[in-house]
Design a binder for this molecule. Structure first.
Ligand SMILES: Cc1ncc(COP(=O)(O)O)c(C=O)c1O
Length: 376
């Protein structure tokens, strides 16, 4: 970081650093919950055609309302989540990060608070900081589940403008029972509060785990956020979206920058929705790889949080940084994230997971996993 002291930076931003995991060029990159599968040749060819079609009109601003993309995303949800959906309920932006930022711009602000349940996604405090919104947290249980009584009490105590429920939660992988979401929605409704269920990893959930999308009909204070970064293997395209009442979509439209979603992004995202079958088949493969990684870790003496996502939180390490560094020294990059004695690994291809397991076995060989230091 440069010396910023001479700049008229906002006082509350002094000492802050840009968010982000280390970007290190290694052969096995399992640190930011990306999908390891690159786009297929047929998707690449459809994307190229879609980009060519809009390139001839790049002298014009894009559709401010992303009409086609919102219709395509609504169609995807109707087909794969079995919900009735219209484009008026969907809003898209540059990643679900931007969706959340827009939500905080519309509903947060001085004197307002957002409630989250720790440990959770580390960007939440930053959305709040940027919008002068107070971020309050209450703890999850030891197994990272959320006690519905604790959640309801927290909502009644803090009266947040937005309660953030993350399902599956990052970095723990924990999904939220639908009854807990409903209890929180009802409690938030008592003071006119909104509830965001962040479903960035929803497509990876295990069978029998419902999405909060099914609650939209009954709870007008619900917002479900999703992303194309994970299941659609499209992190580089930067597309996220929310699903909510048309009134909430209209509120967000007030604060969005004009033409925030480029014509290229809209075209590239729409092209991918037509490949949902093929992309969700890859999600199935990743879910199987995740489940076998959980079993392998457990059978090798690690403590592992149940996961409904494309990553696994495991431990327990006396000095997780040593383990992280020793893995990196062997060409495997994972993430120091969440509670201090845990590490998070994203699910990669079968070959990448084999490399991860081999390196981890090497690094922790013969040690008491709750106390050990690592092999040099
Ligand atoms: C829980 C959660 N929400 C939202 C996001 C943001 O995803 P994106 O901005 O790529 O859509 C992430 C990214 O890792 C996440 O873990």
């Amino acid at each position: 970081m440069s010396d910023l002291s001479a700049l008229p930076l906002r006082e509350d931003l002094r000492g802050e650093i840009p968010y982000g995991a280390p970007q290190i060029d290694v052969s096995v990159c399992l640190n930011v919950n990306e999908n390891p599968y690159p786009p297929s040749p047929s998707l690449i060819s459809d994307v190229a055609a879609a980009v060519a079609a809009v390139t001839g009109r790049l002298n014009r601003y894009p559709d401010r309302e992303a009409t086609q993309l919102r219709a395509d995303l609504a169609g995807y949800l109707e087909r794969f989540e079995n919900v009735d959906m219209s484009p008026a309920h969907v809003w898209a932006a540059n990643g679900s990060n931007e969706v959340m930022h827009q939500l905080l711009q519309a509903f947060g602000g001085p004197g307002r608070s957002v409630l989250g349940f720790s440990p959770s996604y580390s960007m939440y405090p930053q959305y709040c900081r940027d919008t002068f919104t107070t971020y309050v947290t209450e703890p999850r249980d030891a197994d990272f589940s959320l006690d519905p009584d604790v959640a309801v009490k927290a909502v009644r105590t803090h009266r947040p403008v937005i309660t953030l429920l993350t399902s599956p939660n990052n970095p723990t992988g924990t999904a939220l029972p639908i009854d807990t979401a409903e209890a929180v929605l009802s409690a938030a409704g008592e003071h006119g509060g909104l509830v965001v269920v962040d479903e960035a990893y929803a497509e990876f959930r295990r069978p029998g785990t419902p999405s909060a999308l099914g609650l939209l009909d009954r709870h007008p204070n619900l917002i479900v956020t999703r992303t194309m970064s994970k299941a659609f293997a499209y992190a580089g395209a930067r597309v996220g979206y929310l699903v909510a009442s048309p009134a909430i979509v209209d509120a967000v439209r007030i604060v969005r920058l004009p033409y925030h979603l480029s014509a290229v992004t809209q075209a590239v995202a729409s092209a991918a929705t037509a490949h949902a079958d093929e992309l969700l088949a890859q999600v199935d493969a990743l879910r199987a790889e995740r489940d076998s990684t959980v079993s392998w870790l457990r059978s090798n003496g690690f403590t592992v949080a149940d996961s409904d996502a494309n990553f696994v939180l495991f431990g327990l390490f006396e000095n997780r940084h040593e383990v992280w560094q020793a893995l990196l020294d062997r060409g495997v990059l994972i993430r120091e994230s969440g509670p201090v004695r845990w590490l998070r690994v994203s699910i990669g291809t079968a070959d990448e997971m084999t490399a991860f397991k081999r390196a981890l076995t090497d690094v922790t060989a013969g040690l008491d996993l709750t106390k050990g230091t690592v092999q040099a």
